[in-house]
Structure formats: structure tokens, C-alpha cells
Design a protein around this ligand. Structure first.
Ligand code: ZN
Ligand code: ZN
Length: 408
């Protein structure tokens, strides 16, 4: 009889020894009785999310962990953001992340985030969504605050183009082709036209007229960046014959899972932030497994503290997440549980590093080793040894009795 699979990804949890924590990593310094218990009854190891030394992004790491080759399917962040915002994408669509920004009449950016606009972006987005440029359909949707996603749908498009967003104050960038293809040239022209039209439409929009009356920055232009082509990912169901779901607060992880054909489970209180309701996420995951075979749960908070360079905060949030895992003991009878990270975000680096991440796997039938706590240096001595992210799903599927035999 097959078992269920729960894969918990503590985003950016891997770290390096911190002076502020007496030479321990945040995970080592944290009191984590629940994860320690799983380490004790299960097996530990370390994992290179993509390959040794590769500094993985959350998107490329999740792709790798779900068994896809990021070097093959990843051309930019745009498609995953757009899918994470709930847009139905087609293979070949070109997708971008965008900012609502503020420009003066000379097209100089005076505020990249349009005064961190919070209200009215839905109306602004509606004014741009659905337009056509040179036979290409424009799909546009607002995201949180000043962010938005843009999708171009049509023939003869390419993601090999530069950003309109200057990533700084000053003149907006004219989008250029990054190779000699006609497709890239044409796509660059279409995006430049979109940016121009966004200014013409938004500068007069009632939402902006009202903002200016109040002395707020108008969101009078849209600046796309991070172009990528929507890849064709064979769904988890087709590839592994499993029903898989995902719980994540941040759109980029939701987008990867959605493009992999996983069901996105919305959990009230799952916000992708430090005050996210971790218990609600775990419980929703256990609930999903009543019908599904596998669930991936991403908890974003540790990564945020890594980027902030705050080892104390990271240690505290890991403790809080661990406390939410008390209920996992009830699942061990019929579920293989794996806990790991998508990459390391060392507080001393304040960005993702290429260090491997710790991993534990526990459940009925899982071999054990001598490791009794969850931490980077303990895991490095564990029975799993060192694996690549692309191996993880095979290992878990096998333990859950969900994989096919290769050969006779
Ligand atoms: Zn991440
Ligand atoms: Zn990060």
C-alpha cells in the first residue's frame, strides 16, 4: 500500500555559522524539538538544490526539487510570477514582472514604486488588460502593491530582450533585442509600444488624477522586466501518476507549482511573511493528503531574515515554525515527511549562497541513522549523504511506494 508524501520547504533556511549565535547557524541555535524528533526517528542528509556550488533562486530550486531541469525550462522569472498570480498561461507566452512607476514628462523615473501604491491598481490594470499590439494579445494583472505581471500572447515572440525598468531613478530604458533574431526585435518593439501606451492611458486615469490631488505619486507608467517564455512542463500527474498540491504564500513558488500541474491550495493566513499562520499551513497540508498523494508546503519567512542579515530573527522564526509541526506526529503512520530548504540564505551573505541545505526524511519504513537533531553540521553526517535537488522526488516516491520499477 502506498503512503502519502509531505514535502516541507523552509525557504532559505540553510545558513553558515554566525558569530552572533556563538558560531552556530540559526537552525543549530534554534530549539526545534519537533524537527529533532523527526531527525531522530528518520534519516538526515544534505542537498545541493541544483548542483554543488550553484546559487539557486527560489524558482529554479523548486523546479529542480520537483524533478525539472531548470537549465532546460527556465528563461526568466516572469512566467512563474504570472502563473503565481493565477493567470492561465500557454506554452510560448512571454511573461514579465512589472512595476507601476512614476515618470515625469521627459520619461525619467522619479519613483520606481509609484509611492508604494496600494489602492486602485486593479482599476489601472483593467485599463491596460486586453489591448492588442501588432496582432499580439496583452494580458495584464496587478499583483501586490506596486507590482504587476504582463503576458504577451502571439506568434513570433522571443524572451531575449532587455528590461524597460532602469532599476534606478533616471530615464526609462528602451527595450532592446539581446540577439539577432527577428523575434527578439519584434518583441522589443511591442514592449516599447506597451510602455508608451501604458503612460498615455495611465497618466489621465481617474485613479491617478485622484492620487495627484492628494499629493501622492501617480502610477503613470508600467515598466516590465525579467522576460521569460512559458515552458512546457509535463505535469506531476502525467509524469508520476500522482495527485499533488502546493501551499505557498509567495507567488513565485505558487507559479512554479501551478505550471507543474499541482493544485494550489489557498490557506487563510498563509502570507509568505513572518506573521504567516504556519500551523494553518501544516493542517491544510494534512487535510489535502486525505485526497491527494503529495503536498508541498513552502514557508517563506526564514529567507526574509536571511536577506535582512538577522540571525536572531531567523533562529526565532525557525523555532516558531517548529512549534507548528507538533501535529505532524499524527501523520507519521501513513505519510513520508521530508523537511528541507530550497537554498541557503546565510545572514552574513544577505543573499542566496551555493551552500547545500540540510534535509530530513521520516516515516514508516524509512531507514534511520545516528543523527538526533536537525542542523547543518548534523545533517552532513547523516545516512542520506549528499544528494542533488533533482534526486529528492525519486527518493521520496520510492519510500512512499509510489514509484515504478525500472527493469524486470
Ligand atoms: Zn527560496
Ligand atoms: Zn531569497
Amino acid at each position: 500500500m502506498s503512503m502519502k508524501l509531505m514535502l516541507i520547504i523552509l525557504d532559505g533556511m540553510g545558513d553558515r555559522p554566525s558569530e552572533k549565535l556563538g558560531g552556530k547557524t540559526p537552525l543549530e541555535a534554534a530549539q526545534t524539538p519537533n524537527m529533532d524528533f523527526l531527525a531522530k526517528i528518520g534519516i538526515s542528509g544534505i542537498m545541493d538544490p541544483i548542483a554543488p556550488g550553484i546559487r539557486a533562486g527560489s524558482d529554479t530550486a523548486h523546479l529542480s526539487i520537483l524533478g525539472y531541469d531548470p537549465y532546460e525550462v527556465y528563461t526568466g522569472r516572469g512566467p512563474f510570477e504570472a502563473a503565481g498570480e493565477g493567470l492561465d498561461l500557454k506554452h510560448g507566452d512571454i511573461a514579465f514582472r512589472c512595476n507601476f512607476s512614476t515618470v515625469d514628462e521627459k520619461m525619467n523615473v522619479v519613483d520606481r514604486r509609484a509611492g508604494r501604491i496600494r489602492e486602485g491598481t486593479h482599476e489601472l490594470a483593467k485599463a491596460l488588460d486586453g489591448m492588442e499590439i501588432d496582432g499580439v494579445k496583452v494580458i495584464f494583472k496587478e499583483s501586490v502593491e506596486h507590482r504587476a505581471v504582463l503576458v504577451l500572447r502571439g506568434d513570433g515572440l522571443s524572451p531575449k530582450i532587455s528590461d524597460a525598468d532602469p532599476h534606478d531613478l533616471g530615464p526609462i530604458h528602451k527595450v532592446k533585442a539581446l540577439d539577432d533574431s527577428e523575434e527578439a526585435k519584434r518583441t522589443a518593439e511591442i514592449v516599447n509600444e506597451f510602455v508608451k501606451r501604458s503612460y498615455e492611458i495611465l497618466k489621465e486615469h481617474p485613479v491617478n488624477l485622484k492620487r495627484m490631488e492628494k499629493g501622492l505619486m501617480p502610477a503613470n507608467i508600467v515598466l516590465p522586466r525579467g522576460a521569460g517564455v512559458v515552458p512546457r512542463l509535463e505535469s506531476m500527474e502525467k509524469r508520476h501518476n500522482i495527485r499533488a498540491g502546493a501551499i505557498a504564500g509567495v507567488s513565485i513558488v505558487k507559479g512554479v507549482c501551478r505550471l507543474a500541474g499541482m493544485e494550489i491550495i489557498d490557506v487563510k493566513g498563509a502570507k509568505g511573511s513572518a506573521d504567516s499562520d504556519f500551523t494553518a499551513k501544516i493542517e491544510a497540508g494534512m487535510d489535502y493528503l486525505k485526497k491527494g498523494d503529495m503536498v508541498l508546503i513552502n514557508m517563506k519567512a526564514p529567507d526574509l531574515f536571511g536577506h535582512d542579515g538577522d540571525p536572531e530573527g531567523k533562529k526565532n522564526i525557525i523555532e516558531k515554525i517548529d512549534a507548528s509541526m507538533e501535529v505532524l506526529k499524527d501523520a507519521l503512520d501513513n505519510t513520508i515527511i521530508a523537511i528541507t530548504a530550497d537554498h541557503s540564505t546565510p545572514c552574513d551573505v544577505m543573499d542566496h549562497s551555493g551552500d547545500p541545505v540540510p534535509l530530513i526524511i521520516a516515516g514508516k519504513g524509512v531507514r534511520t541513522d545516528d543523527i538526533e537533531v536537525f542542523g547543518e553540521r548534523a545533517a552532513a553526517k547523516g545516512g542520506i549523504g549528499r544528494i542533488k535537488g533533482g534526486d529528492l522526488l525519486n527518493i521520496l516516491m520510492q519510500l512512499a511506494g509510489l514509484s515504478e520499477k525500472f527493469g524486470a
